[in-house]
Structure formats: C-alpha cells, structure tokens
Design a protein around this ligand. Structure first.
Ligand SMILES: C[S@@+](CC[C@H](N)C(=O)[O-])C[C@H]1O[C@@H](n2cnc3c(N)ncnc32)[C@H](O)[C@@H]1O
Length: 223
C-alpha cells in the first residue's frame, strides 16, 4: 500500500466526494491509483494478492455459488470471483459510492466487471454481513489495510471479535471466509481460531514493490 514514485504524467480519471472522503482515480503511465480521503489505498502495480484472496477461498469450496465481497477498490478481487464459472451471484459492498458508479461506467482497471452476475451496492459491508446471516458460500473482506494499520477507524470492529463473528455467521453451512491484510495479524488469527465455525489459517504472500519486500497475509476460515 505504498505510493509508487514515478515521473509519469498523472491523468485524473475520476474525482468525487463520498462518505469516506474524496475519491480519486488516476492513471500514472500504465498504473492506476486509488486515493480515498487523501490516503493512498492501492494501485495496479501488483494485484496478485487481491486475486489470491478470491482464488484461495473459491478453491476451498466445492460449490461457491453465492459470494459476498467487502470492498470493491479497483475491482480485482471481484473480477477474480467472476472468472470462476461456478459462481452465480457476486454482491460487492462498497462504502464509496463513486467507485460503484465508475465500475458501471467501465472506468475501473479490473477486467470482466460488466457481468450480470455482479451487483455492486453502496453500503458498509458490516451492515450487509449483519443482515445476511447464513447467506453466503464465500465471504471475502478487503476493506482496509488490516487491523494494525487502518485507513478508516470505523472499520476497527470488522477486524475484532464482533465483526469476525458476524462475518463467520454470514456463511452458509460449508462456507469459507477469507480476509486480506497488508501485514501479519496474530490477534485476528487467534480470534478466528476461537470460532466454532471451522479451522482458521494464515497464508503469507511476499510481494516486492519499489525495491522492498512486504509480507501480505490472507486469513481463511474453512469448515
Ligand atoms: C483495498 S480496497 C479493495 C481492493 C480490492 N480487493 C481490489 O481487488 O481492488 C478497499 C476498498 O474498501 C472500501 N471500504 C472501506 N471500508 C469499507 C466498509 N466498511 N464497507 C465497504 N467498503 C469499504 C474502500 O472504499 C475501498 O474501495
């Protein structure tokens, strides 16, 4: 989640206000960047772990038909879900309304979002989880950097006991929960391990950016 340093010309693709602050989508050469509330959220330099989040969870479910994604971002996790032909319905809860709009207008860089199986809803994923208990084969959460480095303090509860229990309770029997984090989060793993919904594990992916190494983590709860 570090800003790329580049001398490329910057082109603003979209700029609009939202409840999360001003949302800016811009291109720097080949790279698309997302800034929310003045904070750099992500870019397209390496989206392998956003894709992994979907691929790992989907690989652990025999029939992942109904998938909830928390956080649209630039759309790569949702696109990876849609690439699985077994998936029949993908609901994305995104707090920043402009991103939902831009997804519909084809402005996001992820491929394949123009798909009738996809619904993007402007909502806090915490509310959606609470309102859809037992409804999902797969729940994917990538709404923030992870519990140790939150962009939105309002997301604290999502990564703590109440939020994690709500996410687990949103799973249908046999469901899989996966959570992306920009850092290893032992407290989150311990909390998932307390769940009576299944087995929790940590998958660490090393990503190289701008000459540095980052250990991103994906936390998975399986039956
Ligand atoms: C890191 S991005 C997600 C990246 C995405 N996985 C991808 O592949 O591009 C995080 C997104 O979550 C959204 N977000 C933050 N808090 C949220 C919440 N509580 N509910 C729903 N969306 C949220 C942000 O506006 C942002 O678009």
């Amino acid at each position: 989640m570090l800003r790329a340093v580049s001398t490329d010309v910057v082109e603003t693709v979209g700029r609009a206000d939202s409840v999360a602050g001003e949302v800016v989508l811009r291109r720097r050469g080949e790279v698309t960047e997302l800034i929310v509330g003045g904070v750099f959220v992500m870019d397209t330099v390496d989206v392998s772990t956003e894709v992994d989040l979907a691929d790992i969870a989907l690989s652990l479910h025999p029939r992942p038909e109904r998938v909830l994604v928390g956080g649209l971002g630039l759309g790569f996790t949702a696109a990876a879900v849609l690439a699985d032909p077994r998936v029949r319905h993908v609901r994305v809860a995104e707090i920043a309304a402009p991103l939902a709009l831009w997804a519909g207008e084809g402005l996001l860089p992820a491929p394949g979002l123009a798909d009738e199986r996809l619904t993007v809803e402007v909502a806090d994923v915490g509310s959606v989880l609470g309102a859809t208990a037992g409804g999902w084969d797969v729940v994917l959460l990538d709404v923030d950097n992870g519990p140790g480095f939150l962009v939105r303090p309002e997301n604290t509860d999502l990564y703590a006991r109440a939020g994690l229990r709500s996410a687990a309770a949103a799973l249908a029997p046999g469901g899989v929960l996966a959570i992306w984090s920009s850092h290893r989060a032992p407290d989150l793993l311990a909390e998932l391990r307390r769940s009576d919904r299944g087995t929790a594990r940590e998958i660490v992916r090393r990503v190289h950016r701008e000459g540095r190494e980052f250990d991103y983590a994906i936390y998975v709860l399986t039956p």
